[in-house]
Design a protein around this ligand. Structure first.
Ligand code: ZN
Length: 132
């Protein structure tokens, strides 16, 4: 089963927790066992799984990426090369196992849409594949 939804970011860079939306889609499929793929079709956004308990982890995630990727010195005329690089470093998809109708996430894990060039509307695609 395939579904999509949109997310509106409000800052130039932010992580938006989409775990609830993904679990709701999985629950709606009635799939008990399988695989859920979460994909975002953008070149300056990404999907990741990380801690959703302490908000400072998200701040530090963005800070750490900014230390890895230089802000200046690029050729791309749009001026958003750091966002393109961060998108590729983090990746545009994640796969999560489904067991008993629930996403198999750890206690502290959440699924995030990573915005690196906002604010924008972003699409998230979700594919649920049943597997015994
Ligand atoms: Zn660009």
């Amino acid at each position: 089963m395939f579904k999509e939804f949109s997310v509106r970011s409000t800052r130039s860079e932010e992580l938006i927790d989409i775990t609830g939306e993904i679990q709701a889609i999985v629950s709606g499929t009635k799939c008990q066992n399988g695989i859920c793929t979460v994909f975002t079709p953008h070149t300056t956004a990404a999907i990741t799984i990380n801690e959703n308990a302490d908000p400072s982890v998200v701040r530090d995630f963005l800070f750490g990426l900014s230390q890895i990727v230089p802000e200046k010195g690029y050729h791309h005329s749009e001026g958003n090369s750091p966002a393109h690089i961060k998108s590729s470093l983090v990746g545009c998809s994640e796969q999560i196992l489904i067991d008993g109708g629930r996403l198999c996430l750890g206690t502290w894990q959440g699924i995030y849409l990573c915005e690196f060039d906002g604010p924008r509307h972003r699409q998230v695609f979700v594919k649920v594949i049943e597997a015994k």
